[in-house]
Design a protein around this ligand. Structure first.
Ligand code: SF4
Length: 421
């Protein structure tokens, strides 16, 4: 998203995007500074760009720690932090004079996106008011700052007008949207909207495209969007980063939402919206996690039928408060818990996939597959890049972005197979 914004600005000013280091006058490296592994990767990417090109500007999360970058790569031309778009542009201007005649027309209506044309990420806020003990995002990005709701809805409308069929709502904490501005009332298309999660969902739901909600915490008011899903206005998909299910571990993690009644609520959601898919992320091997805590987690994944899940082995992130917690779990225990988690979740996922066989599903096509006439797509239960896919035969007449009614004929652990109905 940040890369897309920067690229859009660069293109708007007439700069061209080079496909490789060799042809570039300047290299911009957008970094991540959250996990240690991502920091290492970012530092490596900077090193690679310096070696291959020599003229490098660094931006993104790791830019909040310029000393780390300068120490590793003293030849970097400039360093800017996350979301400092003006500073990035100023650094580019200093080291590469802007072309004389910017061709504004080169920029598509909705800006140049790195994602395919038919889906787009919609960022509704920056930062986070929570202080989960394993996370340094609030230290890097600050407290929650919500974008005004009429700006978000107008951007969504422009994206839809430019051909987007699927909106992916992202933030650090989507359900907290508007809290920082005390749910400020605004006007969009002549109607009153408060800057809050439910109004946002209603506005987006009126645009007639698939809308997926990511990073939703199970605060009580989340229940209010379930009727919008039942009505078909919002895609029946919730990405809720539970991280764990054991009360002890959640307490040590300092998670914002209580786990009480979560299972009951999920069961109610599923009664109201039978197709609902729930995606989540979890951390195994958190400091203090016992075998009993871990089994509570496995039971939760089975009982709540967490359809899609990412699972991470706990990593001791620099500057995270969780480093100081007692009871760090040995690596081999983390690994074995991770494997057991993945096995359990694969069973849940395979079970859902099997239940889809024989049904008709709307599938959004992402592009051609490996076989002649094959297209790859996704049902409403699958977000791009992270979830399962549908392999579609006999689909040569369709193109990316088409939404096709598909008869599902087969399944495996994560993917479905079918043909246009
Ligand atoms: S909710 Fe917790 S994990 Fe998510 S960004 Fe905020 S502090 Fe980090």
């Amino acid at each position: 998203m940040d890369s897309e914004r920067i690229i859009t600005r660069l293109r708007a000013e007439g700069y061209q995007i080079a496909p490789d280091y060799a042809g570039a006058d300047l290299v911009l490296v957008n970094t991540c500074g959250f996990l240690d592994s991502a920091r290492t990767e970012s530092l490596e990417a900077i090193g690679e760009a310096i070696e291959a090109n020599g003229k490098v500007i660094v931006t993104g999360c790791l830019g909040a720690e310029p000393d780390v970058i300068e120490q590793a790569h003293p030849k970097v031309l400039a360093i800017t932090g996350p979301h400092q778009y003006e500073d990035v542009m100023a650094a580019v201007h200093t080291h590469l004079t802007p072309p004389h005649n910017p061709h504004m027309d080169l920029v598509p209506e909705a800006g140049l996106r790195l994602t395919p044309r038919h889906y787009a990420y919609l960022k509704i806020s920056e930062g986070c008011n929570n202080r989960c003990s394993f996370c340094i995002i609030p230290k890097l990005r600050g407290d929650l700052v919500s974008r005004p709701i009429h700006h978000v809805l107008t951007e969504a409308e422009q994206l839809v007008r430019a051909g987007v069929k699927e909106l992916l709502v992202i933030s650090q904490d989507t359900s907290a949207y508007g809290l920082d501005v005390r749910y400020k009332p605004e006007t969009w298309r002549g109607s009153a909207y408060e800057t809050r999660f439910l109004d946002l969902a209603k506005g987006l739901g009126s645009l007639g495209v698939w809308t997926r909600l990511h990073y939703v915490y199970p605060y009580p008011h989340v229940d209010q969007v379930i009727p919008l899903m039942a009505e078909g206005l919002i895609t029946p998909y919730l990405d809720i980063p539970f991280q764990h299910a054991s009360a002890n571990v959640l307490k040590a993690m300092k998670r914002p939402a209580k786990q009480d009644r979560v299972l009951e609520r999920i069961q109610q959601w599923r009664r109201d919206v039978p197709d609902l898919a729930i995606r989540s992320t979890f951390i195994v091997g958190f400091p203090g996690e016992t075998e009993e805590d871990f089994e509570i987690l496995l039971d939760f994944v089975r009982e709540a039928k967490i359809d899609r899940a990412g699972c991470f082995r706990y990593e001791n992130v620099a500057h995270a408060d969780s480093r100081a917690l007692p009871g760090h779990v040995p690596d081999e225990v983390k690994q074995s818990r991770w494997e057991r988690f993945m096995e359990t979740q694969a069973e849940v996922s395979a079970d859902r996939a099997k239940r889809q066989v024989g049904t008709l599903q709307d599938v959004i096509l992402d592009g051609p597959g490996d076989e002649p006439g094959e297209m790859i797509g996704r049902t409403k239960a699958d977000a791009p890049e992270v979830d399962g896919i549908v392999h579609l035969t006999g689909a040569a007449n369709f193109k990316a972005g088409d939404i096709v009614s598909v008869r599902i004929t087969d399944s495996d652990a994560y993917d479905l197979y079918g043909a246009p109905a």
